[in-house]
Ligand binder design. Structure first.
Ligand code: NIG
Length: 383
């Protein structure tokens, strides 16, 4: 069945040739985009949706979340807002609750958060394991995650579980645990940070994952300067995520690589860290992505629009740069070329804003602007 989305006031395609169109239309057929162009030339279709002059853009690509969890960390957040610093050790609280949860408890948390994200315009989602940290719990996390999201990442190297010996745990996370989870995931990640895994430990996990054919991602430079960015670039990781504390040489390394710098501003705000220097990265020629990092500890939001708004108002990005980072940037971080863009043949992942232009995402901060969402051609949120 073909659907004409007619009367689009402003259409952000992220396609180099199409650019931004006004008075536009597009046709969705099955799960793909079948036609994009000026409204006056739209072909006949089975059905028609009138966008009423609203803005259309690709659905958000959220390339960094941690949605396989149970439990609540409101108290930790409240203490932080009262001045206590964020520490990676808080992850252990969620690990205990996640291990104690049933499969259906975990499914319900995933279902709720994916639905919440989709209702706010997210059409493609990555999520990570990392709150299980035993072979059995990591396998379970990956298996359940795959029921709900597009891409799953193994993050057995999230934290050395309390009471475990660090060297023995790195052996496990780069050996038996990794081998058990690898058939269920596309990516492996490591939290390379003081208090989590050092450079040598991170290199070991990433090297073993690469030998098994997994793509690599790194949590790096979140809580202070460190080796994460350099290691990610050296190992050819698809992305290094956080990038809150960057040196000039980190920026240069990213600019001269294919590794995407994924920035997580909601996390930096929720942990009272500075915001990353997105301007320096873009000006140097690095590719950036914006992602929510939705998790119960450091960033409990699935709103990509909030990240875009923050990137514009507080990180000195133009609206076009921020929208691109939250769509095409996420697609690049996940090494996908059929999402984050609206051109013939791309996946029909589309959102309409209840506004005439994407500029309103920053001009009207905090106002929920999602009006309609299609995910792989199916209407998943309609007015
Ligand atoms: O990306 N940095 C490590 N992992 C998560 C935090 C998870 C937590 O605090 O539970 C992050 O911020």
């Amino acid at each position: 069945m073909s659907v004409l989305v007619a009367n689009v006031g402003e259409l952000t395609t992220n396609d180099d040739e199409l650019g931004v169109l006004t008075d536009a239309a597009l046709v969705l057929e099955g799960d793909r985009v079948a036609w994009v162009g000026p409204a006056a030339f739209a072909p006949p279709t089975d059905t028609r949706v009138d966008a009423g002059g609203r803005a259309a853009l690709p659905g958000w690509v959220d390339s960094h979340t941690h949605l396989v969890f149970a439990g609540d960390r409101t108290e930790e957040f409240g203490a932080r807002m009262a001045g206590k610093p964020y520490r990676a050790g808080g992850i252990a609280t969620t690990v205990s609750a996640t291990r104690a949860a049933t499969d259906d408890d975990l499914r319900e948390v995933l279902r709720r958060h994916v639905a919440e994200a989709v209702s706010m315009g997210t059409t493609y989602l990555e999520t990570k394991t990392g709150y299980g940290l035993t072979v059995e719990d990591e396998v379970r996390s990956a298996r359940i995650a795959a029921e709900f999201v597009d891409e799953v990442t193994y993050l057995g190297a999230h934290l050395v579980p309390p009471g475990a010996d660090p060297d023995e745990y790195v052996e496990l996370a780069s050996g038996e645990m990794l081998e058990a989870v690898a058939p269920l995931v596309r990516w492996a990640d490591v939290f390379c940070e003081t208090g989590a895994f050092d450079e040598a430990q991170s290199r070991k996990v990433l090297g073993s994952a690469r030998k098994l054919g997994l793509g690599l991602r790194v949590h790096g430079n979140q809580l202070g300067p460190g080796p994460g960015v350099r290691l990610a670039v050296e190992m050819g990781a698809a992305s290094v995520d956080h990038c809150t504390y960057l040196t000039d040489s980190d920026v240069d390394a990213l600019a001269n690589s294919d590794t995407v710098a994924t920035l997580l501003p909601a996390c930096d705000l929720s942990t009272r860290q500075p915001l990353p220097d997105a301007r320096a990265l873009i000006d140097a020629g690095a590719t950036i992505a914006l992602a929510s990092n939705c998790n119960p500890g450091s960033s409990y939001t699935s709103s990509m629009a909030f990240c875009v708004t923050t990137a514009v108002l507080q990180m000195r990005l133009s609206v076009a740069e921020a929208v691109r980072a939250a769509t095409l940037g996420g697609a690049r971080a996940l090494r996908r070329d059929d999402i984050g863009v609206l051109r013939v043949g791309a996946r029909a992942d589309l959102q309409l804003l209840n506004a005439p232009s994407v500029t309103h995402l920053a001009y009207r901060p905090g106002i929920p602007l999602t009006w309609a969402v299609w995910r792989a051609g199916s209407p998943v949120h309609l007015p």
